[in-house]
Design a protein around this ligand. Structure first.
Ligand SMILES: *Cc1c(COP(=O)(O)O)cnc(C)c1O
Length: 370
């Protein structure tokens, strides 16, 4: 079931989310994993596409395991996937044991203090916690020494871990020596917990390093069509952002456009002013960074700064009549890759996708119910 799209408002911008491409990306990753189970990371409201749309599409594609960052996100996944393992990646905060237990959310325990809190709050009666051991990211996760102490302690049997995981820091850069070091350390971690399934790969690990696949891969960005490996865009685009043309203006030589008059016409110019701005998550830096837009598959440059609610596009080179008031201009999608816009805005596809705002009209296409 697709979630209800908002009624077509007078929105200046719209997001089109292709659930068929999204499901195809999961199936593609699943085929590449050759035997490892491929879960789905749906944190950040499923990288901006919406948990309520993403999870049913993934279930229909065959995905059976989900990871979120927060327990609130876990509850939303649980409501959609009553039987799937739902794991909360963020560290376990004391006092939430009953909530996790009630919704059968799996905590990710990344220190012995978290293990103690979890066991105390659940009296050792809830199995399935996930152990996170740091192998070089130095963000969350217990040290190897803590993991070794836990492996030798009677607490391990009470914990009944369902998975032992770590996280790759530089998988987007396959030649970086930290990849090999993390793999070596992860093998030592796995040896501490014989019989417990293991998980290491994010999208870049899954796509770029077969040695990281282990038992369960945890891709996020690749599902949503974003780039995970430097230089490679192997996935189908899922998200299209378009801005509605509100005005077309003829601008004479020497006139500036927008704040700071950052663009000055050097020829008689036709400018389309369209209704998406940085308050919609289309970054202000895109204008200064030379981002492009597209009209019916033809690239056109932005003209000047992105403002809060508006963006100006130089459509002088398009044939007369190619853009009219009310038309939609692509800011990212099939012609303008999300990672290209992100790079020109000084960021990455992850941040751009998760920041696309609530003012945008959302349309879901390619869902299993049409
Ligand atoms: C976000 C995240 C992932 C997914 O990473 P991608 O690069 O989006 O594939 C996997 N594991 C952990 C621990 C994460 O935080």
């Amino acid at each position: 079931m697709s979630p209800p799209s908002l009624p077509p408002p007078a929105a200046g911008g719209r997001l089109t989310i292709d659930l068929a491409a999204f499901a195809a990306n999961w199936r593609d990753l699943s085929a590449r994993a050759r035997g490892a189970e491929v879960a789905a990371v749906v944190k950040g409201d499923a990288y901006g596409i919406g948990i309520e749309a993403a999870v049913p599409a993934l279930l229909a594609a065959g995905c059976r395991r989900f990871f979120t960052a927060l327990p609130e996100e876990g509850l939303r996944v649980r409501a959609l996937a009553p039987d799937a393992p739902v794991t909360v990646l963020g560290s376990f905060v004391a006092g939430q044991g009953a909530l996790y237990a009630r919704a059968r959310l799996r905590p990710v325990l990344g220190s012995l203090a978290e293990v103690d809190d979890w066991l105390a709050e659940t009296r050792g009666e809830v199995e399935g916690a996930v152990l996170h051991v740091d192998t070089g990211m130095n963000r969350l996760g217990m040290s190897f020494a803590e993991a070794a102490a836990l492996a030798a302690s009677p607490a391990l049997a009470r914990l009944g871990p369902s998975l032992v995981m770590s996280h790759l820091a530089v998988a987007d850069t396959p030649a970086h020596p930290l990849n090999a070091l993390q793999l070596e350390r992860f093998s030592a971690v796995r040896a501490l917990f014989p019989g417990v399934p293991a998980s290491l790969a994010n999208s870049a690990g899954l796509l770029g390093h077969a040695a990281t696949h282990a038992d369960v891969a945890r891709p996020g960005i690749a599902l949503y069509g974003g780039r995970s490996l430097a230089g490679a865009d192997p996935m189908r685009p899922v998200v299209t952002l378009e801005a509605r043309v509100l005005q077309l203006r003829e601008v004479v030589v020497g006139e500036g456009i927008g704040y700071g008059a950052a663009f000055v016409a050097t020829r008689p110019s036709r400018i389309a002013v369209a209704g998406v701005g940085y308050a919609d998550g289309y970054h202000r830096m895109a204008g200064d960074g030379g981002a492009e837009a597209a009209v019916a598959g033809r690239r056109v440059p932005l003209a000047g700064r992105v403002s809060m609610d508006l963006v100006a596009v130089d459509v002088t080179d398009l044939p007369p009549g190619a853009v009219r008031r009310g038309d939609w201009i692509e800011l990212l999608g099939a012609t303008i890759p999300v990672d290209e816009v992100a790079a020109r805005s000084g960021t990455i596809g992850y941040e751009l996708l998760t920041g696309l705002g609530r003012r945008l009209e959302r349309r879901y296409v390619g869902g299993t119910d049409g």
